[in-house]
Design a protein around this ligand. Structure first.
Ligand SMILES: Nc1nc2c(ncn2[C@@H]2O[C@H](COP(=O)(O)O[C@H]3[C@@H](O)[C@H](n4cnc5c(=O)[nH]c(N)nc54)O[C@@H]3COP(=O)(O)O)[C@@H](O)[C@H]2O)c(=O)[nH]1
Length: 853
């Protein structure tokens, strides 16, 4: 600093003064500068070091000595190597070297590890402070504690990493675009969907990823979100790069703002809802489908709430109950609409479904709105709320009226007789078992009756099946009228009935009931406009006297019934032990008869038929005999009925036919006098086989000519007017076989059949022949028969001729043939062959009578 003056001394002085002032000024400036520096150093929180090039601490300034790694006194004069950890010391020297080279250096970050694992962080700025010589250069180091900042940065980093992981991990697509639509970020899900790496997506736009149309849509929805300034929900179609399939994204887009509130872009999250949409539409389709099904189902469908009120009914339900008016049903309980006695049963079932949470199924018979009785199979199913409670009940009702009717029909068919509507044998047996159980429990007696109609077969055969059926129905009604309501009248089949009589106080009660039945049957039956008398035979077995076993009781009643029949019919018999033997015998005979033919126990005997004209043996009747190994010769009267009852007669008859034809063929061999063999045929043989065909086969097999045999049938067979018999007889007749009516005169019907059927011979029944001599009416009857036959051109055979007088009467009145003990008893084939071929000697003949006359 220089100042001018005029006087040297004073000038000098003033110069000195000036120097002094200058000096003082400088000193003041320096002091002020120092104070400023000191003030600055005190004002800043940082530490200021001065170090030399080797890192020796020369000076330290700080307001807060705690920030120092060691007390200031210990620090000064020591090098960074002595103070800092080795790594940090090396970094410090590197920073000094950089400042040495550049003059200054900023932003050198150091961390000093602490014993607890944490770190202290510092940011150093260095400036070179030139010395008087380069070697005297020192370096000012401004050390700023940035530990707090670093911690915040670290925490932010962690948060960011965590968020990024989350964003990467979520299956939804996440992306961020700036306002221009440039991708700033995307997660893996997005990158994968568009077939790029994340880095490839960032920096591009939608147009780099999608077809223009798709990209435009995406941009459009971005703009909409940005314009709205809030979260927007949208749906976007994109094409998945892997499958090439369109993918529907449900997108949430939200504009992103910076710290100043300026919009910087839009964040998008996309969820692939293609499958969900597909499921939803499939679900909707199924729902429509089910609705259509339910709406068009013939089943009744309804849903009920906990108050048993209807929430839903389908049209079938409404139609059955009220017609079209569904509203009349909704919100109502069954009791309210349509009401009725079944409604409470229905509601009770439904309440139980709500209470037990278990479905129910039951059948319900009720009436629809037109009053028609219906049967429904009702199924009630609980429907659960989320908390597991039953929220509603779904009811499906199927109309099983037809099925129920069929079931009843089947039940009736299985357990009831279709003709009489009485229980059948199966139901009878069931009730019998129950009756025994009850009787045993109450210590009571009970009865089993078996009833067989005595003349049913004759009526059936003579008046036809329709009349037979009518008789059975009437008989069933009469039996039912004779017993109490809790007794059971059953039909076993044919003309066999049975009655169960529980709660019998005394054995005699059963006799009174049996008497009542017999009395009822004494009244005539009006059948086909005619009065017919049919009696019955009754067998009685008593529980527990006779047996406690159901099977035995029936068997014993049957034995008793059989005995009643044997002892004259139209009566009843109690079972007694002896009867069992008789019934057993019958059963034994039956089973033995089945095997008689194969055991060769059967044979035919023949009874001659003699011409009353000249006494010549012109034929014979084949009569079956059973040579029983134990019982000896069993007469047909003892087994033919069994054979008829069991149907065995068909096979036996065929055997007889074959044997008789064989014999006829033998006896008519060349050169012998003609001999016609008469063969008895049962009505059953007409019913069960192609009789004409069978006869033709047998004739053929045995080489027997048709004219060598005559078939004897009973009158009753001809009264079967179904045409079958007429056809069979006509066929046989056309083959050349002659037909005879056996036991003529014992039938109950008109004689008109004589002209209708192809009949060659009438055999007058033995009972008429036996009375011709003793009884005037008998004689007149025989004369009348002879007259009818003559006028119809039929031959007459008198059977059972036992006396000369009978033979003479018959010969005198024009009877052509006679058969009876007078000439011969039935004999084996060989014995007949040995008989004289003529019975003229001592026997009356018309020729002899004429000679005498
Ligand atoms: N469906 C078939 N029925 C047959 C067959 N064989 C026999 N029968 C029928 O059995 C009944 C009994 O026959 P049977 O014991 O043989 O008696 C016959 C004669 O022995 C008997 N008869 C003959 N003459 C006299 C006589 O002078 N007096 C007298 N008391 N009895 C006599 O009559 C029976 C023959 O009768 P019919 O047949 O009516 O001419 C009997 O009804 C047989 O029909 C067979 O194979 N199939």
């Amino acid at each position: 600093m220089t100042r001018s003056n005029d006087n040297d001394r004073p000038l000098q002085r003033s110069a000195e003064m000036a120097d002094l002032t200058e000096c003082k000024y400088r000193e003041r400036d320096l002091r002020e500068a120092l104070e400023l520096v000191e003030g600055i150093i005190n004002a800043i929180p940082d530490v200021l070091f001065e170090v030399d090039r080797d890192g020796t601490y020369l000076n330290v300034w700080t307001k807060n000595p705690d920030m120092l790694a060691a007390p200031k006194e210990e620090l000064l004069g020591r090098t960074v190597h002595e103070v800092l950890p080795p790594e940090q010391a090396v970094d410090a020297l590197k920073a000094i070297a950089e400042a040495d080279e550049k003059g200054v250096t900023y932003g050198n970050i150091f961390s000093i590890p602490l014993p607890d694992g944490e770190c202290l962080w510092f940011e150093h700025s260095l400036a070179k402070k030139p010395g008087s010589t380069p070697s005297a250069d020192t370096f000012l180091v401004l050390s700023r504690d940035i530990t707090e900042r670093k911690q915040v940065e670290h925490a932010l980093d962690e948060t960011r990493t965590r968020l990024l992981s989350v964003v990467q991990a979520i299956p939804d697509m996440v992306w961020l675009k700036d306002v221009e639509g440039i991708f700033l970020f995307c997660n893996q899900a997005f990158a994968q969907a568009v077939g790029k790496r994340e880095a490839e997506v960032v920096g591009g736009t939608d147009y780099d990823l999608f077809e223009p149309e798709e990209a435009a849509c995406c941009r459009e929805s971005d703009r909409a979100a940005m314009e709205a300034g809030r979260l927007c929900l949208d749906e976007e179609w994109i094409t998945h790069h892997l499958t090439g399939q369109p993918v529907l994204l449900e997108t949430r887009k939200v504009p992103v703002f910076n710290a100043h509130g300026r919009m910087t872009g839009v964040l998008g999250v996309g969820c692939d809802i293609t499958e969900r949409k597909r499921m939803q539409s499939a679900l909707a389709a199924r729902e429509r489908e089910f609705r259509t099904l339910v709406e068009h189902s013939p089943d009744m469908v309804a849903r009920y709430d906990r108050d048993l009120r209807r929430l839903y009914v389908n049209p079938a339900f409404a139609a059955t109950l009220v017609g079209d008016d569904m509203a009349a049903l909704l919100g109502k309980t069954p009791s309210e609409c349509p009401g009725g006695s079944y409604a409470s049963i229905y509601e009770q079932n439904m309440s139980e479904v709500f209470e037990t949470a278990k479905g129910r199924e039951f059948e319900m018979t009720w009436k629809d709105r037109s009053g028609r009785e219906l049967c429904h199979l009702v199924r009630m199913t609980p429907e659960f709320a989320e908390d597991g409670s039953v929220e509603s009940v779904l009811m499906v009702g199927r109309d099983i009226t037809e099925l129920s009717d069929s079931r009843q029909k089947i039940h009736r068919m299985a357990f009831y007789d279709s003709l009489t509507s009485l229980p059948n044998r199966a139901l009878f047996n069931d009730r019998l078992q129950q009756m025994i159980v009850d009787a045993s429990w109450h210590g009571q007696m009970a009865g089993v009756m078996l009833i067989d109609m005595d003349q049913f077969k004759a009526v059936n055969d003579t008046m036809g099946h329709a009349v037979g059926d009518e008789l059975l129905r009437e008989a069933a009604a009469r039996l039912s009228a004779c017993v109490r309501s809790y007794d059971t009248v059953a039909r076993f089949g044919g003309d066999e009935f049975a009655i169960l009589l529980p709660e019998v106080r005394h054995g005699d009660d059963l006799a009174r009931i049996a008497d009542k039945i017999l009395g009822k049957f004494e009244e005539c039956f009006l059948l086909d406009g005619r009065e017919v008398f049919v009696s019955c035979s009754i067998g009685i077995a008593v529980y527990p006297d006779d047996s406690s076993d159901a099977g035995d009781l029936v068997k014993y009643a049957d034995a008793a019934m059989y005995f009643a029949k044997r002892s004259g019919r139209n009566n009843f018999r109690y079972y007694s032990k002896d009867l069992t033997a008789s019934a057993k015998q019958r059963l034994t005979l039956e089973s033995e008869l089945r095997r008689a033919a194969e055991r060769m126990e059967l044979e035919l005997h023949y009874q001659p038929k003699v011409s009353l004209d000249d006494g010549a043996m012109v034929g014979s009747e084949a009569l079956l005999r059973w040579c029983h190994p134990r019982l000896g010769m069993v007469p047909p009267t003892q087994f033919i009925q069994i054979a008829e009852d069991t149907g065995l007669i068909v096979d036996l008859g065929q055997w007889v036919l074959r044997e008789a034809c064989r014999t006829a063929a033998k006896w008519n061999a060349a050169g012998m006098a003609p001999h016609k063999v008469a063969i008895n045929l049962s009505a059953r043989q007409f019913q069960s086989q192609n009789l004409a065909g069978v006869v033709a086969d047998i004739l053929n097999d045995t080489a027997c000519r048709p004219e060598w045999i005559e078939l004897e049938i009973t009158e009753s067979l001809l009264l079967d007017d179904n045409g079958k018999t007429l056809d069979a007889l006509s066929e046989l007749r056309s083959m050349g076989v002659s037909i005879a009516i056996d036991d003529f005169g014992t039938g109950y019907s008109a004689l008109s059949y004589l002209a209708r059927f192809p009949i060659d011979t009438l055999k007058i029944d033995r009972s008429f022949i036996q009375s011709v001599i003793t009884d005037h009416y008998g004689a007149e009857l025989v004369k009348a028969i002879l007259s009818i036959a003559r006028s119809l051109g039929q031959q007459v055979v008198a059977e059972g001729v036992e006396t000369i007088e009978q033979a003479a009467f018959l010969a005198a009145h024009g009877c052509q043939l006679a058969q009876g003990f007078l000439y011969s008893k039935p004999m084996p084939e060989a014995e007949i062959a040995a008989l004289p071929r003529n019975f003229s000697d001592g026997y009356p003949t018309s020729k002899a009578l004429n000679l005498e006359g």
